[in-house]
Design a protein around this ligand. Structure first.
Ligand code: SF4
Ligand code: SF4
Length: 332
């Protein structure tokens, strides 16, 4: 198949980058969890990828150069994480934990492995600067543990004289925590983390009261405003991962993108050929559908997603240029 043909029919080349979720276990109970703890999200199951399976997968797909290992669960609950990071490092594969972690419980060995094996980034979900506020959303979480774990990573960074991993302090803004934004920014600085906002995915759940403040800081007070102003969905980047960072669940299910919680495109990519799985008929159709080259079809999971609905509503289809310039690993 030549490149022109690949572009025409929605196929992609064997990907250099993938998101392979290595753990969907989690110890917290966040009310809006989009992962395995969330309602109706049973597609992910609760489990983890073993070191042996990670290695076997990488042996079979040597063209992979970057792996995002986190998505819906808590990656630090996979006890094989240090060995997985080490194996990736030895294979010259860059690892990232940009999909997020809560960092409530992490073995010292895992924290050291992040530094020793040069994981590029760790995004930590911290939505408060005090225990009470933090645990209002991160139910069951202990801010003290998170801070201690971040401090340990910083100590290892000093010990190894390494700038990696970059640490991101991600703050989802709600009504219960907006008054702590300034304190959270200071806390992030103290922890040598880059502070970043994220808009709540359900705007009327604990809605932000000081909307102007958010507009000033971020440009938009909620995801609806973002959509209206930019005429594109807040989760549009997730669509681009169908091309640039296809998502695989810990048990081998091909999900395509991190927002798909409705079904899988292939039952187990570990048993088959990844490149072939990624170009099966439905995956190719989904890509073409998002580019407006094919009409909606009921067996494509995007049909159930607000991302596709907004693309269609605003007639704002995914473009070749977006796919080409998309940087799925940007650390914001
Ligand atoms: S930390 Fe993440 S995976 Fe765990 S319950 Fe909260 S949102 Fe879900
Ligand atoms: S429209 Fe499809 S590819 Fe885009 S975020 Fe939704 S499920 Fe994912």
């Amino acid at each position: 198949m030549n490149i022109t043909q690949a572009k025409m029919d929605g196929a992609i080349k064997p990907p250099e980058s993938i998101r392979l979720e290595i753990c969907t276990l989690c110890q917290l109970q966040c009310p809006l969890c989009s992962g395995p703890r969330g309602k109706n999200n049973s597609i992910y199951g609760q489990g983890y990828l073993s070191f042996e399976k990670f290695n076997a997968f990488m042996d079979k797909n040597p063209y992979i150069r970057r792996v995002e290992v986190a998505s819906q669960g808590e990656v630090f609950l996979n006890n094989d994480l240090p060995r997985i990071l080490e194996s990736a490092y030895q294979r010259n594969i860059t690892t990232t934990i940009n999909g997020g972690a809560n960092l409530n419980h992490a073995a010292d060995e895992a924290l050291e492995a992040l530094v020793k094996f040069k994981t590029e980034v760790v995004r930590c979900a911290i939505d408060g600067a005090t225990q009470e506020t933090y645990a209002t959303y991160r139910v069951g979480g202990k801010l003290k543990n998170v801070i201690e774990n971040i401090q340990k990573i910083n100590t290892y960074k000093e010990e190894y004289q390494s700038s990696k991993p970059d640490l991101i302090f991600q703050f989802i803004v709600f009504s219960h925590n907006e008054y702590e934004i300034d304190r959270a920014i200071v806390l992030a600085k103290m922890l040598k983390m880059k502070f970043t906002f994220r808009l709540n995915k359900i705007s009327d759940f604990m809605p932000v009261k000081n909307r102007d403040r958010l507009r000033k800081a971020f440009g938009y007070a909620d995801r609806e405003e973002y959509l209206e102003k930019l005429q594109k969905s807040y989760i549009r980047d997730a669509c681009l991962t169908l091309w640039n960072l296809p998502q695989i669940n810990w048990d081998g299910k091909l999900l395509g993108c991190p927002c798909n919680r409705w079904g899988f495109y292939e039952e187990n990519v570990f048993n088959g050929n990844l490149a072939t799985c990624l170009n099966n008929e439905r995956m190719r159709y989904a890509r073409q559908m998002l580019m407006g080259k094919k009409p909606p079809r009921d067996d494509i999971f995007c049909m159930k997603c607000s991302g596709y609905r907004s693309i269609k509503e605003y007639d704002n289809w995914i473009t070749e240029a977006e796919i080409r310039t998309h940087r799925p690993f940007k650390n914001e």
